[in-house]
Design a protein around this ligand. Structure first.
Ligand SMILES: Cc1cc2nc3c(=O)[nH]c(=O)nc-3n(C[C@H](O)[C@H](O)[C@H](O)COP(=O)(O)OP(=O)(O)OC[C@H]3O[C@@H](n4cnc5c(N)ncnc54)[C@H](O)[C@@H]3O)c2cc1C
Length: 423
């Protein structure tokens, strides 16, 4: 039976979800506080990464968190004044860094891996634009131990059937012959052949067009304040007037803002969504890299996108998802200039900031709200909202239809993604 679904948030997850709901014949109303494609939807790295989708928490990032507290020059930064506000998230993050917890998170996310590209391909066959990037990433490092550790990790993931095996490690002259756009200090690298990238700007624009063509009702400039009774959302319009939007189901796809919305609705979840802000810009280069270049030690990515080079990186926790800290662009340029040669770092354009919806265990909140079967949460996709977005839309569509979620006959276990889970 077709339903009227109110989707809160028109970012990556809200748009992918609306798309699959509309294709299944449901009626969709999108409630968006700003414009469609706001939040973290467009300025990101455009990576779809069957090999790399994993929780952020690990013993390495736990160490980086400590240094991020005391440095303004680190890829991972935490505002010390916000520590009380971020303490719960930080403790959950440290607990999730323990090897057993991390392995559980890896296995939960691995359910998405075989299906993420087919889900995107189905959208592409229907006219959604997935162009602008390409296949295969060059993973780089300045030191051999970093390279070898990462190579072993990806080789191990390949033996589990999670993706293709990494290419042979390269170094020095053979690396530079393979990719002349690298700086001399970038000594080590290997290819990850199974990864894919696209231009999120054109992807999101075409997804918006397709969702509108399929008949979505779009209500921008309307901020959901809290859940109403049943399947309804109480919102405020730009003149601060209260507006109730009612349907048969509500999907909360409000990214980094989701925990605030739940709390204003009187719902407290141990797994909160916290903004981990990232930055990007475009830079002119003498020579375009042949593929996406992902620096594992400098934590930045250079992505050829429709003939331009986008630089992406940083993970900033300061409790202010809307605020751009302009000094972060210089820090990011400082990292990227150690990876990519021949760029004019002072001539950068398209400077952008977006809040990644981070959870401390690295898993999205995906499923029905306990006690409120008419409300589905699809938020907290961390660094992977583009990779996981298309399949998330299909899973939510199953939930709306009252089916157990599954793909191609394989059941999908939503247990690890429960909205009310213990950390
Ligand atoms: C620098 C950077 C690089 C990234 N690179 C990649 C990558 O390469 N690959 C990948 O898979 N992911 C990447 N990500 C992560 C990805 O962008 C996010 O996971 C994804 O955008 C999350 O989608 P979302 O819909 O949950 O949130 P968003 O895309 O942020 O959308 C949330 C939407 O909800 C709206 N909203 C919020 N609150 C309300 C409210 N109360 N009422 C109405 N509307 C509301 C917002 O305005 C926004 O439009 C990157 C992120 C960043 C910042």
């Amino acid at each position: 039976m077709t339903k009227h679904v109110v989707v809160v948030g028109g970012g990556l997850i809200g748009l992918c979800t609306s798309y699959w709901l509309l294709r299944a014949g449901h009626r969709v109303t999108i409630v968006e506080r700003s414009h469609l494609g706001a939040g973290a939807a467009t300025g990101n790295a455009g990576e779809l990464t069957p090999q790399m989708v994993a929780p952020l928490a690990s013993s390495n990032t736990a160490r980086d968190i400590v240094s991020g507290l005391f440095s303004t020059n680190s890829y991972l930064s935490i505002a010390p004044l916000k520590l009380p506000q971020l303490a719960g998230f930080g403790l959950g993050f440290l607990a999730s860094s323990l090897p057993r917890q991390r392995a559980k998170g890896d296995a939960a996310l691995a359910q998405f891996l075989p299906h993420m590209l087919p889900s995107l391909e189905a959208m592409a066959e229907d006219g959604v634009d997935t162009s602008g990037g390409g296949s295969g990433y060059l993973m780089t490092a300045r030191d051999e131990p970093t390279l070898l550790a990462a190579h072993a990790l990806y080789a191990d993931r390949a033996t589990r059937g999670w993706a293709e095996a990494p290419g042979e490690p390269l170094s020095g002259a053979s690396l530079r012959a393979a990719e002349p756009a690298l700086t001399p200090e970038t000594e080590y690298g290997f290819m990850l052949p199974g990864e894919f990238s696209l231009d999120p700007v054109t992807f999101v624009a075409s997804l918006i067009a397709r969702v509108e063509e399929l008949g979505a009702e779009v209500r921008t400039g309307l901020e959901a304040e809290r859940l109403g009774s049943g399947a309804s959302v109480i919102s405020r319009d730009e003149d601060a007037r209260e507006v109730e939007v009612r349907g048969d189901r509500v999907v909360l796809a409000s990214g980094a803002w989701t925990t605030g919305l739940l709390r204003r609705s009187g719902i407290f979840c141990a797994a909160s969504v916290t903004a981990g802000k990232g930055y990007s810009f475009t830079v002119p280069v003498e020579r375009m890299p042949a593929t996406l270049v992902h620096s594992m030690d400098l934590h930045c990515v250079a992505i050829p996108m429709h003939g331009r080079l986008r630089i992406v990186g940083m993970m900033e926790f300061d409790g202010m998802p809307e605020r751009t800290n302009v000094d972060r662009f210089d820090v990011l340029a400082g990292f990227a200039s150690q990876v990519i040669a021949g760029a004019d770092w002072d001539a950068r354009t398209d400077e952008w900031m977006g809040p990644r919806p981070m959870t401390s265990d690295g898993l999205p909140l995906l499923g029905r709200l306990p006690g409120r079967d008419e409300v589905i949460v699809a938020a907290g996709h961390n660094m992977h909202g583009l990779s996981l977005g298309p399949l998330t839309g299909q899973i939510v569509t199953d939930l709306v239809a009252g089916r157990e979620p599954g793909v191609d006959g394989w059941p999908f276990d939503l247990g690890p993604f429960a909205v009310q889970r213990l950390l």
